[in-house]
Design a protein around this ligand. Structure first.
Ligand SMILES: NC(=O)C1=CN([C@@H]2O[C@H](COP(=O)(O)OP(=O)(O)OC[C@H]3O[C@@H](n4cnc5c(N)ncnc54)[C@H](OP(=O)(O)O)[C@@H]3O)[C@@H](O)[C@H]2O)C=CC1
Ligand SMILES: CC(C)(CO)C(=O)C(=O)O
Length: 323
């Protein structure tokens, strides 16, 4: 019965095209998708914002790799029924974005969260229904300063997306059709959950030690101690992933090829601390520690990383400073 419903659904949507796309979160990552889709979609690409954020975006626009882009800014109500909604906010803004997400989706809207971490799909799906969610992640190093965003399109791998069960559904075909002939690099993945967890392991093991120590990526190459912290954090992700049924033991370890990644590179957690912003450590070690407790997997190194980065955030906030 379930199979026949799925087949009916596939037949009904055969050749369905995505005509309207809403982007919630026009920041470092959102702008990669905006710049790539704008020439293809024109007025059918909607940047979601309300209140002062909307006014600011309309007034200042966005400058992406030195090019000023004219935007079609819509409130969530105005964007109701978009065919595809892409969510690219920071973890700390996700809870506060759920009302907007709920206002945008109608029965047919596909929702893709390109956020890092492993739980944004569940958080969004819990509010609007998991049937809307298309699993995805993005490999890019993009930086935002005010309304200017900069990334290198040449070395950007782009978006990975797919159904949780790996099926090549009408939704996968529709997103493929959207990204084809656009500036967005993409990869259809038949094991997207593995990809998301492998990226999670990369973020936890590479973002956090360098954020704690305050060094560029070269630290992993030069110091066996920095690398050892990284390995211990990663082993805990691998163990928790196995306990939820995802085997990332064979996933390629992050390599730092000096030709593409500078030893001075600072990933997002360290960039956040440098800029005295709160980090997404709750999405990284915070979630892992919680899952570890639920599954009976010890995660002491992540618990410590979480405490240290929270303390660094408090220090940046001026809660204490005994220099
Ligand atoms: N930067 C990178 O290279 C990478 C980032 N990621 C992940 O992507 C996600 C986004 O990160 P990033 O793009 O760097 O973050 P940014 O802070 O650059 O962008 C987030 C954007 O979301 C906007 N926003 C927040 N709340 C709302 C809302 N309710 N309605 C509309 N817009 C909203 C912010 O607007 P405002 O500034 O006005 O508050 C901001 O423009 C994170 O999970 C990150 O880990 C993944 C891969 C690489
Ligand atoms: C590691 C990287 C740059 C990859 O996209 C990232 O996700 C981050 O800086 O947090």
């Amino acid at each position: 019965m379930i199979i026949s419903n799925q087949q009916d659904n596939e037949m009904e949507h055969l050749n369905k095209r995505i005509q309207t796309v809403a982007v919630l979160g026009a920041g470092a990552v959102g702008c990669y998708l905006i710049a790539g889709l704008a020439p293809k979609l024109g007025e059918n690409l909607w940047i979601i914002a309300e209140g002062s954020r909307k006014e600011r975006l309309k007034k200042e626009g966005l400058t992406i790799n030195d090019r000023q882009l004219s935007l079609c800014v819509k409130t969530p109500q105005e964007a109701k029924g978009a065919d595809l909604l892409i969510v690219a906010v920071k973890y700390g803004s996700l809870e506060g974005s759920l009302d907007a997400i709920e206002q945008i989706v109608d029965d047919e809207t596909i929702v893709m969260s390109v956020m890092n971490g492993v739980d944004s799909e569940e958080i969004i799906g819990h509010r609007i229904g998991m049937q809307h969610m298309m699993y995805s992640m993005i490999k890019i190093a993009s930086e935002r300063t005010g309304h200017c965003v900069r990334f290198n399109p040449e070395v950007t791998e782009g978006v990975y997306f797919g159904e949780a069960d790996g099926s090549l559904s009408w939704r996968v075909a529709a997103i493929e059709n959207l990204f084809n002939d656009s500036g967005v690099r993409f990869h259809i993945s038949e094991d997207i959950l593995k990809k998301i967890w492998a990226k999670y392991a990369l973020n936890i093991s590479m973002n956090l030690p360098q954020a704690i120590i305050g060094c560029g990526l070269g630290g992993y190459r030069d110091s066996a101690y920095v690398m050892d912290i990284s390995t211990k954090l990663k082993d805990e992700v691998v163990a928790v992933a196995l306990a939820v049924g995802i085997d990332i033991r064979e996933e390629k370890a992050a390599s730092f090829d000096g030709r593409t990644v500078s030893p001075k590179a600072r990933f997002s957690t360290l960039q956040d601390l440098d800029a005295k912003r709160h980090t997404e450590v709750d999405m990284f070690s915070g979630v892992l520690v919680r899952l570890g407790k639920q599954l009976g997997i010890p995660t002491p190194y992540n618990a410590l990383a979480l405490d240290i980065i929270k303390a660094l955030e408090e220090k940046n906030d001026g809660r204490f400073d005994y220099q």
